[in-house]
Design a protein around this ligand. Structure first.
Ligand code: PLP
Ligand code: TYF
Length: 397
């Protein structure tokens, strides 16, 4: 039975992590997988997380199963972070949140729920996007269509092309939007563009699905949520799939949330009962630890202040590396203009490097980037910057 199964294609990003690990060159640089690294190239446990974990070790009394939807304190804290404390949407009784195994788990719950319990058959995903979007939605039986997003010559959002492609969407289709720090381009809509998108989706009866995996890594916790919060003012129905992997550094604890906004509490209760049925058939109930850590931090003023400061440092380090990268390339005489990298948000940048240049960087210089040209700015340090820029100049000459 197992003898004639063809091998699955490697994940274009996770596969790279293995190649990097097995590379014996000591001066190797990893700009591949989207994981934050500090100035020393290490992915740290945040101090706020360690402190919350210490508290939990002291106070935890049971490892009993959680409910299907997870901790209710976590759900409320997640909603406050998404929409802002004091946002009237929090009192509508029309928001339903389930704790999920990472943002990926939230996306899969959303995909199964949409495919099995709504009339939605098609979801529109940006071109390019995180490769796993296609896997997840296809696995649930949805058709994946793509909308234009990126203008390679100017390294900007091709907003008119984006609107144009969405004109082909039909009532009842779903549109996936990256809440902030678009993966892989690092280019987000402006507030005016979010407004236009919101109006377009409303006028065409398209359902917004926000993938919000990088809140706080762009401009700030509230700033990064401006698109979502604007949509929430006028859309009665939408879904948010959020993740705490990046902004709490809780990658391996699989900590995310699925949030459903419905028109009325009555319809919401029934719809959310189906979300819970989907979860039961997938993984029954979520893992506890990451969500307990997040809830502990968000609901404790002093831990929260430590976390917000740590997140600010993450954001500032990424911005510093962007500037240093652009400056160093310029100082070393790069012929290409890389200044657009300073205008992008979050960990990722679409560098404009071609697949051939990415392969040369890997083979000749032990520098790992995604074949699409996506680079993880957080893989840069003041120590590796010089060699990185010289190598890039060498392959782009
Ligand atoms: N969505 C996007 C755009 C991502 O980049 C990621 C990254 O991992 C995820 C979702 C999944 O997040 P998680 O690791 O929490 O499953
Ligand atoms: O885009 C990234 O690098 C992160 C991490 O299948 C990741 O989102 C990459 C691929 C994948 C899961 C997570």
């Amino acid at each position: 039975m197992f003898e004639s199964i063809p091998a699955a294609p490697a994940d274009p990003i996770l596969g790279l992590a293995d190649l990097y690990k097995n590379d014996l060159r000591t001066n190797k640089i990893n700009l591949g997988i989207g994981v934050y690294k500090d100035e020393t190239g290490h992915t740290p446990v945040m101090v706020s997380v360690k402190k919350a974990e210490q508290q939990l070790v002291e106070t935890e009394t049971s490892k009993n199963y959680l409910s299907i939807e997870g901790y209710s304190d976590y759900a409320q804290a997640s909603q406050r972070l998404l929409f802002g404390a004091g946002n009237p949407i929090l009192d509508t009784q029309c928001l339903y949140t389930a704790q999920t195994p990472g943002g990926t788990g939230a996306l899969r719950v959303a995909a199964d729920f949409l495919a099995q319990h709504t009339t939605a058959r098609r979801i529109w995903v940006s071109n390019p996007s995180w490769p796993n979007h296609h896997n997840i939605f296809t696995a649930s039986g949805l058709e994946v269509a793509t909308y234009n997003y990126y203008q390679p010559e100017s390294h900007t959002l091709d907003f008119s092309a984006m609107l144009n492609s969405l004109e082909s969407a039909e009532a009842g289709d779903v549109v996936l939007l990256h809440g902030c720090c678009h993966n892989p381009t690092g280019i987000d809509p402006t507030l005016e563009q979010w407004q236009q998108l919101s109006e377009l989706l409303l006028s065409k009866s398209l359902l917004p699905l926000f993938d919000f995996a990088y809140q706080g890594l762009g401009q700030g916790l509230d700033e990064d949520a401006q698109g979502l919060r604007l949509f929430a003012q006028s859309h009665q129905e939408f879904i948010v799939c959020s993740s705490f992997s990046k902004n709490f550094g809780l990658y391996n604890e699989r900590t995310g949330a699925f949030t459903l906004k419905t028109t009325t509490p009555q319809s919401g209760n029934d719809a959310f009962s189906q979300v819970k049925a989907v979860i039961r058939a997938n993984y029954s109930n979520p893992p506890s630890h990451g969500a307990a850590v997040v809830t502990t931090i968000l609901n404790d003023d002093s831990l929260r202040a430590i976390w917000e400061q740590e997140l600010l440092e993450v954001r500032q380090r990424i911005q510093r590396m962007r500037q240093l990268f652009v400056q160093t390339l310029q100082d070393k005489g790069a012929t290409l203009d890389f200044s657009f990298i300073n205008k992008q948000n979050g960990m990722f940048s679409y560098s404009g490097l071609t697949k051939e240049q990415v392969m040369r960087l890997r083979d000749e210089f032990a520098i790992y980037a995604v074949a699409s040209g996506r680079i993880n700015i957080a893989g840069m340090t003041p120590e590796n910057m010089s060699r990185l820029c010289e190598s890039i100049i060498s392959v782009t000459r």
